[in-house]
Design a protein around this ligand. Structure first.
Ligand SMILES: [Zn+2]
Length: 96
């Protein structure tokens, strides 16, 4: 058995990006736009994560590269882990 079978970095999904976190390859997140229904890949720099007091006020946002719409989506615990682990800039809305 080989140690790992990382073959196609270009087609990375979120899961693959998470699994490949130890590598130096840039992490790419797949995202979709509700406005133009475009589907695209975003680097950590293009995403922002806002963590609120509750999970209902925790969301991530990005600007659609296709139509320029500001997209905001709720982020569950798992997504928060993915995004912070991938180096996405995090903003804490609620400071204790
Ligand atoms: Zn769009």
């Amino acid at each position: 058995m080989s140690e790992s079978s990382v073959s196609d970095v270009r087609g990375m999904s979120v899961a693959a990006a998470f699994a490949g976190m130890r590598s130096v390859a840039p992490v790419v997140f797949k995202a979709g736009c509700p406005d133009c229904r475009g589907s695209f890949e975003l680097t950590a720099n293009a995403l922002r994560l806002a963590i609120g007091a509750s999970s209902r006020s925790t969301f991530y946002s990005f600007t659609c590269p296709d139509c320029g719409a500001a997209v905001r989506k709720p982020a569950g615990e798992r997504i928060v882990e993915l995004l912070t682990g991938g180096g996405v800039r995090t903003l804490r809305l609620h400071t204790p």
